[in-house]
Design a protein around this ligand. Sequence first.
Ligand SMILES: [Ca+2]
Ligand SMILES: [Ca+2]
Ligand SMILES: [Ca+2]
Length: 230
Amino acid sequence: MKAKDVRWLGIFATVAVATSVQAQFQGPSPYLQFSDSPFAGGTYQYFHLETFEDGALNTPGVTATGGTVIGPSSLTDSVDADDGVIDGSGTRGHSWYSNGVRTLRFDFSAVALETLPTHAGLVWTDVGVTDSGLGFGDVRFEAFDSGGLSLGVLTGSNLGDGAANGGTAEDRFFGMIHPGGISRIEMSVPTSSDWEVDHLQYGAVPEPGTLAVLTGALVGLAARRRPRRR
Ligand SMILES: [Ca+2]
Ligand SMILES: [Ca+2]
Ligand SMILES: [Ca+2]
């Protein structure tokens, strides 16, 4: 490729990157099963859904800071469908319990996954004891780009059902779509260290804008390189 062509390709690539950085929050939205996810039905290079039903956080390329798996109990608040029946209860499933912290953090590995997720989210399922009482609290979801910079905060105000018994009507999905990649997500309940999440999910799709512009650039270069007839 000629130096001039490389320069043009660089310009096209810069335009492509500039059009691919928009961050788009999803939710908070009701969630009883995976098909309620705004990410369901998409086409992905990879997609992982961690339901915790095997008793572990073991989907690839993710590391948690804070929290632990809890299994079936009268206080467990799994996503409703995980116990096999949508019946308004998540007590017979597994979830990820805050276990004494107010912020749960999930880091994604670009090495293990080959490319950072463009889609990442999870479901807030419960708050128990809070600073001011039982069963209601604000929920804060934050996502970070490939350089570790915040992409913003999505807040759910006063979520909950006033109880700590596995009811599922108040469960809410929080997520982020960022074509430039997501290196980490965090969820917090600023007034409680007694709460649960479930259905951690993340996947990557090719950036259509980048592909379209780069394809256009390559087609343009091919046309320019075609030998001319005299
Ligand atoms: Ca259920
Ligand atoms: Ca579960
Ligand atoms: Ca719940």
